[in-house]
Ligand binder design. Structure first.
Ligand code: PMP
Length: 344
């Protein structure tokens, strides 16, 4: 094969997109699955998550429309990764960035945001999305108080799904030469699954798209899937207590619900057995995708693509830490033994 010439990037923003698609070689096989399972590793983006794509895209689209100008302040309510994506592009382009972030989100995300020079305001995790104390409510108040400030609004901004339509979906289509039977992604704003699925469905009409939503959230359809109600859970970045405008249900054929324990146990297996340094929502998505493959009896020759949204970097003091797993009762017996051996 011809070797690619080394390339000089004009800035780190050119290292957003074109993430690797990697075959799983052990975990599906350990479950007796014969279908091919590929994962799209979004932590290879410059800021460490799938949301770098929309951080860049929303800023550049707003610049083109004249909404963002030199000296503007960007304010965004986010579970962290969109904030990191905006703060990364903001650092390179010289915008001030203020992020409102629920308390639940990890210290690691906050530290990265601070390193990019962003200001952070923590909000109560339990605040309803439409209350003045929520991360969305506080962002709106700041926007009314700070001159030349803009909320790019990942929940309603068409540039969010468009980034995935034009890049994530296109990359999957090209890398697989159109041979994909199933696509799985977890949903927060729903921008990733909406944009990627729209592109894949246009190019591969028979593809089946499955969305993953945690128990405690109400994004899944039919609504009976959400019968456990709205409550707090530990996996970050997915699920909401409202339906974001950018989530377009017409591109999603089916939904599955995930739980914390199975998610974190799977993320740890992805690291340990496949060498994939992914985050917690990756575990939710892979767990559900493999369950789906088993239940639907997927065969040799069937090909699944699963999107893994972020990196373990965001969770070093959370699910990567065996004591955190133990304290949250997420460990199997085997894990407990491990802890005794390592921590006495
Ligand atoms: N996983 C993680 C870790 C995330 O931060 C996000 C973004 N909130 C998602 C999945 C879902 O992405 P989207 O908002 O595009 O649905």
């Amino acid at each position: 094969m011809a070797q690619q010439k080394p390339r000089i990037l004009n800035s780190i923003l050119e290292a957003i997109g074109n993430t690797p698609l990697v075959r799983l070689n052990k975990i599906p096989q350990s479950l007796g699955l014969e279908c091919e399972v590929l994962v799209k590793c979004e932590w290879f983006n410059a800021g460490g998550s799938v949301k770098d794509r929309i951080g860049l895209r929303m800023i550049e689209d707003a610049e083109k429309k004249g909404i963002l100008k030199p000296g503007s302040t960007i304010i965004e309510p986010t579970s962290g990764n969109t904030g990191i994506g905006l703060a990364l592009t903001g650092a390179v382009k010289g915008y001030k960035v203020i992020i409102t972030l629920p308390e639940k989100m990890s210290k690691e995300k906050c530290d990265v945001l601070k390193a990019f020079g962003a200001d952070i305001i923590r909000t109560p995790t339990e605040a309803a999305w439409d209350s003045p104390e929520s991360h969305i409510g506080v962002a709106k108040r700041l926007n009314s108080e700070i001159p030349n400030s803009v909320i790019l609004d990942q929940y309603g901004n068409p540039s969010n799904p468009l980034a995935h339509y034009e890049t994530t979906g296109e990359e999957i289509y090209q890398a697989t030469e159109g041979k994909v039977d199933y696509f799985f992604a977890s949903a927060g704003t729903g921008g990733t699954i909406t944009g990627t699925a729209k592109k894949l469905k246009e190019k591969i009409p028979n593809i089946k798209v499955v969305g993953i939503d945690p128990n405690g959230s109400i994004l899944a359809k039919p609504e009976s899937l959400n019968s456990k109600g709205i409550f707090a859970y530990k996996v970050e970045g997915i699920g909401y207590d409202f339906i974001p405008d950018v989530l377009d249900y017409q591109y999603i054929d089916e939904w599955m619900k995930s739980d914390d324990k199975e998610s974190f146990v799977m993320s740890r297996r992805l690291i340990r057995e496949e060498g994939l340094l992914c985050g917690g929502s990756a575990g939710s998505t892979v767990y559900c995708a493999l369950k789906y493959a088993k239940e639907h009896n997927l065969k040799k020759g069937d090909r699944i693509v699963i999107l893994l949204a972020d990196s373990v970097r965001n969770y070093m003091t959370k699910f990567l830490d065996e004591r955190w797993m133990e304290n949250n009762d997420f460990y199997e017996t085997e894990g407990r033994k491990n802890i005794e051996a390592n921590y006495g």
